[in-house]
Design a protein around this ligand. Structure first.
Ligand code: ZN
Length: 273
């Protein structure tokens, strides 16, 4: 069942006409508008998220280790409490795959962290940094914004190819097709960094941990590329992102005693190994 399919066939036709035809002639001017566009309602996103979470559970080995899962959930909920206006409740999961250093956000606030990332993080603040970044994607509703763009593009292709546009593909198929490589555009990454680092700081974590984690991955890029490549594919790091993060952090009030680590981090890593 696909809650938002069919019913929206005419809407997708409309966005093609309204948004993409002018885009062909005026790309630069319209792109911020297109990036912000979201034709999926919050309610639809929640439904879609539930459906995707069920699919992900079938496809990925979710961790049942309560110490590990609770660790990520508690970090997630601590950060979420700093989000002013939250579109939907957030759900946190751990994927039991110590070889993959990654995290991703499915629609409707479903956030997944791989055990490989928990092993790679030197401390709790680095885990919180990644989780805060993912919460940034969720709060700004990047998965359904991306879906809006993908669907609109599909509409464009279908019109060019002369296929039936309404049946090009379903929403879940579109998103699941990119599962694991669920990537957002560069501007979305900047936005998730920006809001994420503010949540991280407000939650009392050392905000520079977001940078140190990126830097560590960048430094290891040459020595162990396969291990980290997934995170790079989904979150292309750039010196630009680090510069931007540094500028934001400099504008934040210094924390008297920021959380960097707790003893639980090592316990969790021992449980994974
Ligand atoms: Zn990201």
């Amino acid at each position: 069942m696909n809650p938002a399919r069919g019913k929206h066939g005419s809407i997708w036709n409309l966005i093609f006409l309204v948004a993409f035809v002018p885009l062909l002639t005026s790309c630069a001017e319209l792109s911020p508008y297109l990036r912000q566009m979201n034709l999926v309602s919050v309610q639809e996103e929640v439904q879609l998220g539930r459906q995707m979470a069920r699919e992900i559970e079938k496809q990925k080995p979710l961790s049942r280790n309560s110490v590990v899962v609770q660790y990520v959930r508690q970090i997630g909920q601590t950060v979420v409490r700093q989000v002013g206006s939250i579109p939907f409740p957030m759900h946190f999961y751990v994927i039991d795959d110590p070889k993959t250093v990654n995290a991703f956000t499915a629609p409707g606030g479903h956030i997944y962290v791989y055990t490989g990332l928990l092993l790679k993080a030197s401390n709790q603040a680095e885990v919180a940094g990644v989780v805060a970044h993912e919460i940034g994607h969720a709060v700004r509703r990047h998965p359904t914004r991306r879906l809006t763009q993908v669907r609109a593009l599909g509409q464009l292709q279908a019109m060019i190819l002369g296929e039936s546009p309404g049946e090009v593909s379903g929403m879940v198929t579109d998103l699941l097709g990119g599962l694991g490589i669920m990537s957002f555009g560069r501007e979305d990454e900047y936005e998730a960094d920006e809001v994420g680092v503010r949540y991280l700081h407000a939650a009392g974590f050392e905000p520079t941990a977001m940078i140190s984690f990126f830097q560590k991955l960048r430094a290891q890029e040459g020595s162990n590329p396969s291990e980290i490549e997934v995170f790079f594919r989904t979150h292309p790091p750039s010196s630009n992102r680090i510069v931007r993060l540094n500028t934001i952090i400099q504008g934040l009030s210094p924390l008297p005693s920021p959380i960097v680590n707790t003893s639980v981090h090592k316990v969790v890593q021992t449980q994974i190994r």
